[in-house]
Design a protein around this ligand. Sequence first.
Ligand code: ADP
Ligand code: PHD
Length: 452
Amino acid sequence: MKVAKFGGSSLANATQIKKVGEIIKSDPERKFIVVSAPGKRDQADTKMTDLLIQMGDSYINGLQYEDDFLRIMDRFAEITEELNLSNELLNEFESTIKTVLTKDQIITDKLDAIKAIGEDSSAKIVSAYLQSLGLDAHYINPLDAGIIVSDEPGNAQILPGSLAKIYSLHQKDGILVIPGFFGYTEQGKLATFSRGGSDITGSIIAAGVKAELYENFTDVNSVYSVNPNIVENPKEITILTYKEMRELSYAGFSVFHDEALIPVIKEKIPICIKNTNNPDAQGTYIVSEREVKEDECVSGIASDTGFCSLYVSKYLMNREIGFGRKLLGILEDEGISFEHAPSGIDDMSVIIRERNFPPAKEAIVLNRIKEELHADTVSLHRGIAIIMVVGEGLVNTIGVANKAISALAEARVNIEMINQGSSEVSMMFGIQSSDIDRAIKSIYRAYFEKNN
Ligand SMILES: Nc1ncnc2c1ncn2[C@@H]1O[C@H](COP(=O)(O)OP(=O)(O)O)[C@@H](O)[C@H]1O
Ligand SMILES: N[C@@H](CC(=O)OP(=O)(O)O)C(=O)O
């Protein structure tokens, strides 16, 4: 039995939802269906989740929100009308939005409840549509499904005890359609995962019901070895390990949420990324182990912008017991999480996501490091991008780092930082964000196009 998750691109309009219906109908093993909110219909369009956030922000700030409300209702109406679904659904969505907007609750909880309306409505639409095709489909609320999460609005995490309750979904008959992206806290309050989090719901359900396969339907034939928006027609990847995918999605392969691997890893449930627009294409399998061919040391090259690098130097840092702990302790005190911390003999860089290091905290942190740690130099460099070269074969291949370094030199890109990941499946480079496309194209050529 399979869990099939359909992303926003697969639910963007009625035509897409009809394809989803065909896919579900074509395989009786597809019993657990997880859906996202309607995504973009074209490049210029706005995702339903973004519309909902926009409307919620306006309402909360006492601004005009009615236009967004109408846009949201129009999008739902367009879908339900084209699928010939009852008007009752639309009335239900309208009253849910009004109830959530006016409910007396703290702002972060209200925003989460607003965001979740996209997925919740989508699940009700898909379930009603499947019923209209004669299938025995049922909408299941995440609370009834047993998705119990931590109380972190917009960034919830599944609680370990949830999986046993989810297993009991097997007792329910028919096809179960579950909204992605949110769960409920132990106190019964709705909380969403981070953006793109319907992948996480799919993974939680797959782990909970011990599925034979977690199918993740999107709008590309496979995971490509590099972001297809940067390199045209990149090589398709047929198989990846969980470790490889985790590193690649962390570093920018937005096709699959990096936190969505954790639930399935323990149960060793394979994932298959497939295309709703071309379901016969083989897709990409993500598994616990795979055979590594001798000539294929690199599987993919991912990149992401929006990082900064905090550089600290102090003569004899290597001999000072507890220096690293104290430095990271200052960041902890200021509520700043860090991503990587490569270090030298007398210096250490801490790589932080810019969104986690607001400019207002910059002077405080830099002064504290100077004064409390008596550092010689402290500086912060914003606008950093990271490139992650990932592959299970990396650890046993001679000269693999050299290839990337030469490719960066060829593209005249300055390397700000190199970090050989402790996971042994990745190498990371820090460069200026403005150089990213040039750098990625050159590294891709070096590993995948040049005959060496
Ligand atoms: N390496 C990659 N391989 C495939 N797709 C990628 C990669 N990196 C980024 N993407 C992007 O991810 C998109 C699919 O993810 P997303 O938009 O979240 O889909 P969905 O709406 O199905 O959730 C693709 O259309 C593609 O632009
Ligand atoms: N709709 C949510 C959750 C999600 O997973 O969406 P998508 O499948 O379109 O990435 C978001 O936009 O964040």
